[in-house]
Design a protein around this ligand. Structure first.
Ligand SMILES: Nc1nc2c(ncn2[C@@H]2O[C@H](COP(=O)(O)OP(=O)(O)OP(=O)(O)O)[C@@H](O)[C@H]2O)c(=O)[nH]1
Length: 304
């Protein structure tokens, strides 16, 4: 089964996300790829959806944020898009208030994590706003930095409003926050599709690995189980694992218990809930510098 690429478009309110989306959709059309869009807006009304032409499958999530209250709905929308269409790529435009890693988390529902290949988080920074960030409240400034820090590609947009000296200053600031990533300067979010698709790496060992590629710092690993799991062994794994694994979620059958359990782990706490129906047994791991083969061998050790 082919995996559908996913790109998350993030960045603060008004930074140019919809402008970028429009440009990318045009480029994708020229490239002949089958595209779908998920748009999330904070308001009740759909504002930006006119940016997406009618022949492109579009799902909208209004009046809330994917990363906070709308996670379930978001998962259902992605599921529907995958069920209704044969897609090469899905673009997700987040709200300007979204934390990109939380959105990434929502894309990796165990229901379909093996069908999606999240290529990366592209965050836009508004050059002129960046310079005025002292006027922002501390939480908003923190969000602005988080959006940059976790991006795999930063587009410093609205460079037409900055002098060359200012452009150099902002790039330096951004690189200080996000040392591993790439920064491109753009006006009107004009970017080549190749630059976006450079986030692409051919997945190695596709069965074991899904998600973000080697260049990215926040990575994912999907482990598919072939048998039931020893609960004690799993809890020992949770105690031993590096603290850079932030999130684990999925479905597992535990040895010595009947049925299938959903597993949710974040911030040190595992939670297990019995599922009414049998689900595909797999776990999604999200973290920094994930050692896929280490996780794989540990999961194999505890599988009966
Ligand atoms: N001068 C200038 N204006 C830009 C540029 N990119 C986008 N804009 C304008 O900035 C405004 C906001 O752009 P959008 O693409 O709607 O930004 P957004 O991030 O989707 O906004 P929200 O959905 O509100 O978060 C629009 O009026 C754009 O035309 C740019 O590079 N330079």
């Amino acid at each position: 089964m082919n995996q559908t690429e996913v790109y998350i478009l993030g960045g603060f309110l008004g930074a140019g996300k919809t402008t970028l989306l429009k440009n990318l959709l045009q480029e994708e059309k020229k490239a002949g790829r089958k595209v779908a869009v998920v748009m999330n807006e904070l308001g009740k009304e759909s504002i930006d959806s006119s940016a997406v032409s009618e022949d492109i499958p579009l799902k909208e999530l209004l009046n809330g944020c994917v990363c906070c209250t709308m996670q379930g709905q978001f998962e259902a929308q992605l599921h529907a898009l995958l069920a209704e269409n044969e897609l090469d790529v899905i673009y997700i435009e987040t709200t300007g208030a979204a934390h990109p890693v939380e959105v990434l988390d929502s894309c990796l529902s165990p229901l379909f994590a093996d069908r999606l290949l999240v290529r990366g988080i592209i965050s836009l920074a508004d050059g002129s706003r960046w310079q005025d960030q002292d006027r922002l409240t501390i939480p908003v400034r923190r969000l602005l930095h988080e959006q940059i820090k976790h991006a795999d590609l930063v587009l410093l947009n609205k460079t037409d409003l900055l002098t060359e000296k200012e452009q150099a200053e902002v790039v330096r600031d951004i690189q200080a926050i996000q040392a591993n990533g790439k920064v491109l300067m753009t006006a009107h979010a004009r970017v080549k599709l190749e630059d976006i698709r450079k986030l692409t790496a051919s997945p190695k060992g596709a069965v074991l690995k899904s998600g973000i590629n080697e260049q990215l710092h926040m990575k994912t690993y999907v482990h598919k189980f072939t048998g039931s799991v020893d609960l004690e062994g799993f809890e020992q794994f949770l105690r031993d694992m590096p603290d850079t694994i932030y999130r684990i979620k999925g479905y597992v059958s535990f040895a010595d218990s009947n049925g299938c359990f959903s597993v949710q782990y974040s911030y040190g706490m595992p939670m297990y809930m019995k599922e009414p129906v049998k689900m595909k047994p797999l776990l999604v791991f999200i973290g920094e510098n994930l050692d896929h083969s280490w996780i794989h061998s540990k999961m194999e050790e505890i599988t009966k």
